[in-house]
Design a protein around this ligand. Structure first.
Ligand code: ATP
Length: 346
């Protein structure tokens, strides 16, 4: 597969502040790639450098093998969709979509035809003559997408494009965006701080913090095998325990939990000693006392499909557990003594 974007040890400084520290990553052609991290980690800065809105302080960015440092933003085969869709309020929907094509010198019949096709793709053909103010937020964002896709960029940059929408719409738009990427075959680079958004849409994710890439991998890699405490904590819910790794055999570790209990679990580390252990709440199962670890139920929270059970191991360590199919199980009372098991492979 061809590499669309190659980011090579890119550093960005603003005065004395370093926003990105020698970041390297490769994004494949036709990939839905997400830059995920908390506010201020540098994801927008990286996106803006690809677009050409910011200079690179050190390092190189290659677009389909070409170094783009000297290339004007409007000459890069890249387009951006922002959080604020910034449609022209006095122009009809179709004219908004055709606008970028005009700037690129396409003639009127081609502009009308291409803009019509783009509106069709985002299911807004019947809204072509409306003004943006006569559309809902979700529809406006789809117009912005159609506008950005109309010049057929090789890479589409999306900077938190769903964050202005309400939750239901955001969830529906995730699927639409994913479908749009698959239909067009255009490489999407999506910036978000929302881990659920990243997990549901991406082929691969780069998790960033404080100007560094912490891990790059598929949603499954990132969720199942976080490389460090930051990634484990940032992606999904987890129980993070300080443990002592007593011994390691292959990818299995014998681990002593706080309070002295010993368990076997999978590990990425090769060094015995103090480590953080991440246990996903859904990987713990409840059983009768005498099976596995012993704990006391603190609280039970009904969440519709799931049940969240907060327990305390003997020795005091709190753990949260997620049980699916909440309707089917017997809800334990606070104070109940239970047995606790770690699902195999966890
Ligand atoms: P958010 O999700 O809040 O947009 P982000 O991860 O996209 O966050 P960036 O916007 O890339 O973060 O900013 C990274 C860091 O660089 C932040 O600490 C920010 O304050 C700083 N920064 C960004 N632009 C500038 C600038 N023009 N001058 C000085 N510092 C800047």
């Amino acid at each position: 597969m061809q590499t669309a974007i190659d980011i090579r040890t890119v550093t960005k400084t603003y005065g004395t502040f370093t926003a990105l520290h020698g970041v390297s990553l490769s994004i494949m052609d036709n990939e839905f790639f997400t830059l995920l991290g908390p506010s201020g980690c540098g994801k927008t800065t990286l996106l803006r450098m690809i677009a050409g809105f910011e200079d690179v302080t050190k390092g190189d960015i290659l677009l389909f093998g070409q170094n783009i440092a000297a290339l004007d933003p409007n000459l890069r085969p890249v387009n951006t969709v922002f959080q604020q869709y910034a449609l022209f309020p006095h122009m009809s929907v179709i004219d908004n979509v055709a606008f970028g094509l005009k700037m690129k010198g396409f003639d009127l019949p081609t502009r009308r035809k291409r803009a019509g096709e783009m509106l069709d793709m985002v299911h807004l053909s019947s809204f072509a003559d409306r003004l943006p103010a006569q559309l809902s937020g979700g529809q406006q964002q789809r117009v912005a997408l159609a506008r950005a896709l109309a010049p057929q960029p090789k890479v589409l940059l999306l900077d938190e494009p769903l964050s202005a929408l309400d939750l239901k719409l955001r969830q529906a738009m995730r699927m639409e965006l994913k479908q749009l990427q698959q239909d067009t075959g255009i490489t999407f680079i999506f910036v978000t701080h929302d881990q659920e958004e990243a997990l549901t849409m991406s082929n691969r994710i780069a998790v960033m913090s404080a100007g560094h890439v912490q891990q790059i991998g598929t949603p499954r890699d990132i969720y199942e095998s976080p490389v460090n405490r930051f990634v484990a904590d940032f992606i999904g819910e987890t129980n993070l325990l300080e443990v002592e790794v007593a011994s390691i055999t292959g990818d299995l570790a014998q681990v002593i939990l706080p309070g002295g209990h010993s368990i076997t679990c999978s590990t990425a580390t090769h060094d015995p000693g103090r480590h953080h252990l991440s246990i996903r709440p859904e990987r713990l199962t409840l059983g009768p006392v005498g099976t596995g670890l012993e704990a006391t139920v603190d609280q039970v929270i009904y969440l519709g499909t799931d049940l969240q059970v907060l327990v305390r191991l003997d020795g005091g360590t709190p753990l949260q557990i997620r049980i699916q199919n909440a309707a089917r199980i017997e809800v334990p009372e606070p104070g109940t003594r239970i047995g606790l098991q770690l699902e195999e492979g966890a």
